[in-house]
Design a protein. Structure first.
Length: 256
């Protein structure tokens, strides 16, 4: 499955997306989603995710209960705070789920929280069910709050900033994650993905000489080449034109 902030809108939501690889991002959001959450998730607004998607762990990729991340609103005395709080959330496996919200509403913070890139700052109240953050990565639950760690290749990430190594060629950046996670099949898969995303002929170009759109596509290739159980994409089409963005979304949908 994949989760991604797909589009900036004024109404935050977590939504599962049906597979329609011919649709653009805008059409996917408007026509193919079933809203699960309409409440903003910033503390200042205030922030609570109600029950989102009802499914057992065998069909959920991520289950979260009473977790959050807090940071000072003004960066000074810490007397006021912003952040993200998840009450109950189950993200289903085998599909694409989009996190939709306005700029600054906490989409990236939520992604980091759900995948362990941001440390949880919230403890469930006494008498409530304990805080929980579980990832279903194929061999059972990985409990991130108990110190569990996914194996290399279980999670794939596409960051807002492509996070390429500038002095490495595009080909080597695309294969970087496969060195640890999928050394046998990763190189061929990366090469096939580069061709499919219109990057043929750019394999030897240094990352620092790639355009923003090319770099973003290399980041998508790097994440997909390991064939992860869960793929997290932070606005993966933000630097792309509509046609190229549609190709990337098709690729993500086919993988999921």
């Amino acid at each position: 499955m994949a989760i991604l902030p797909l589009l900036n809108t004024a109404r935050p939501a977590v939504v599962p997306i049906g597979h329609d690889p011919s649709a653009s991002a805008q059409r996917l959001v408007q026509a193919k989603v079933r809203p699960c959450v309409t409440a903003p998730w910033m503390f200042k607004n205030p922030a609570i995710f109600p029950d989102c998607i009802q499914c057992g762990f065998e069909t959920a990729a991520i289950i979260a209960h009473k977790i959050g991340v807090i940071f000072p609103a003004d960066g000074a005395d810490g007397t006021s705070a912003n952040g993200v709080f998840v009450d109950n959330l189950a993200i289903p496996s085998g599909r694409v789920t989009a996190i939709v919200g306005g700029s600054g509403s906490g989409k990236s913070s939520l992604l980091g929280l759900l995948t362990g890139l941001r440390e949880n700052d919230v403890v469930a109240a006494e008498g409530d069910a304990p805080s929980q953050l579980l990832l279903n990565v194929g061999d059972g639950a990985v409990d991130l709050l108990a110190g569990g760690q996914p194996r290399p290749g279980d999670l794939g990430f596409v960051f807002q900033d492509s996070q390429l190594i500038k002095r490495l060629a595009a080909r080597r950046n695309a294969r970087l994650a496969t060195v640890m996670a999928a050394p046998r099949k990763g190189a061929k898969r990366a090469a096939d993905l580069m061709r499919g995303l219109g990057l043929a002929g750019n394999e030897g170009k240094l990352a620092e000489r790639l355009s923003g759109g090319q770099a973003q596509r290399i980041a998508v290739v790097r994440a997909l080449a390991i064939d992860p159980h869960i793929l997290v994409c932070d606005e993966p089409t933000s630097s792309l034109d509509e046609h190229t963005g549609r190709i990337v979304l098709e690729t993500l949908g086919e993988w999921a």
